[in-house]
Ligand binder design. Structure first.
Ligand code: SAM
Length: 294
């Protein structure tokens, strides 16, 4: 039997685990634990855009199942991710992964008001919030919770500065052009994500009927330690530069020569274990208000 080799994107998601572990906002996570119902029935949990299942592995590792049972469904519209997805072997867990488009899944009558918990990790910044959030709300039962983490919020920082880049002009142009590609992204002609998603959620969530119970920063902070990057974080940084190269191929705002100069220097900084990277992000805990009986 031949081994399944994860795709480059799946490898990126695996390399991202340790970065996310550090970044996730513990106040928001603690608020989630405090709000989860203490009932005997398994917690019906949906993860949207679950990738290869790293969040499920994390919530088991972090002990969320110690006092409760979880019936988990992870959906992702990328069949390669779902093929590479794995669930940990845990006594209080039943888990399934399914290839599904969120928008199609969320419209199905059987899924309405069904979930106690909906998780979206590094996902909402790819969606049109005004379209997606009412659908997420409808998936939750009244009183159900949403844990929406790692929502990019418009700030990317690389250190140290580039050589021969007075006033940081090239670097600033690259970052602005990269953020602009997030704002311009469409899928099937419809808007798909924005670079300021984190802060926009502060108003978009209540507007969609999902009051915010907790919010906080979940910045990625990647840096070399004792001359090396921990875990697989060198591969994570290389993947981030790959996203820059791909997104800015032919994009307005920077010439191909300037883009290549920026990429070459940043890759060299990684190879010398010099590059540090920060992405500003926000986490949220929300609830669908319980219905009041009249
Ligand atoms: C940045 S990745 C995050 C994956 C995973 N949550 C993690 O952090 O490891 C975003 C994921 O959302 C999935 N995705 C994007 N649009 C989707 C949609 N409309 N329906 C379902 N999944 C979607 C992508 O395939 C991808 O796996």
């Amino acid at each position: 039997m031949s081994a399944i080799h994860p795709s480059p994107f799946a490898r990126y998601l695996l390399a991202k685990r340790s970065v996310d572990d550090r970044a996730l906002n513990r106040n928001v996570y603690d608020a989630l634990l405090a709000q989860l119902p203490n009932v005997n029935a398994p917690l019906r949990t949906l993860e949207i855009g679950c990738g290869v299942g790293t969040m499920l592995e994390r919530i088991v590792r972090w002990g969320m199942l110690q006092e409760r049972r979880i019936d988990y469904l992870g959906i992702d519209n990328d069949a390669g991710n779902i093929a590479a997805a794995t669930a940990p072997d845990a006594p209080n867990l039943t888990a399934r992964f399914e290839v599904a488009d969120f928008y199609t899944f969320a419209e199905l009558p059987a899924h309405q008001s069904h979930y106690d918990l909906v998780i979206a990790h590094a996902v909402l910044d790819l969606f049109d919030l005004d379209r997606a959030l009412p659908l997420v709300r409808a998936l939750l039962r009244p009183g159900g919770l949403g844990w929406f983490t790692i929502n990019f919020d418009g700030a990317t920082i690389f250190e140290p500065p580039l050589e021969g880049d007075p006033n940081d002009a090239l670097n600033t142009a690259m970052l602005a052009a990269y953020h602009a590609t997030m704002d311009a992204r469409t899928i099937d002609g419809a808007p798909a994500g924005a670079s300021a998603t984190g802060r926009r959620l502060l108003s978009a969530l209540p507007r969609a009927g999902l009051p915010v119970l907790a919010a906080g920063a979940s910045d990625w902070v990647v840096f070399p330690c004792n001359g090396a990057y921990p875990d697989d974080e060198q591969a994570f940084l290389e993947a981030i530069l790959g996203f820059f190269a791909h997104s800015l191929d032919g994009a307005a705002g920077v010439s191909p020569a300037a883009r290549n100069q920026w990429l070459t220097q940043r890759h060299a900084q990684i190879a010398r274990a010099e590059l540090s990277y920060i992405a500003h992000q926000l986490d949220f805990l929300v609830a669908r208000p319980a219905e009041v009986n009249s």
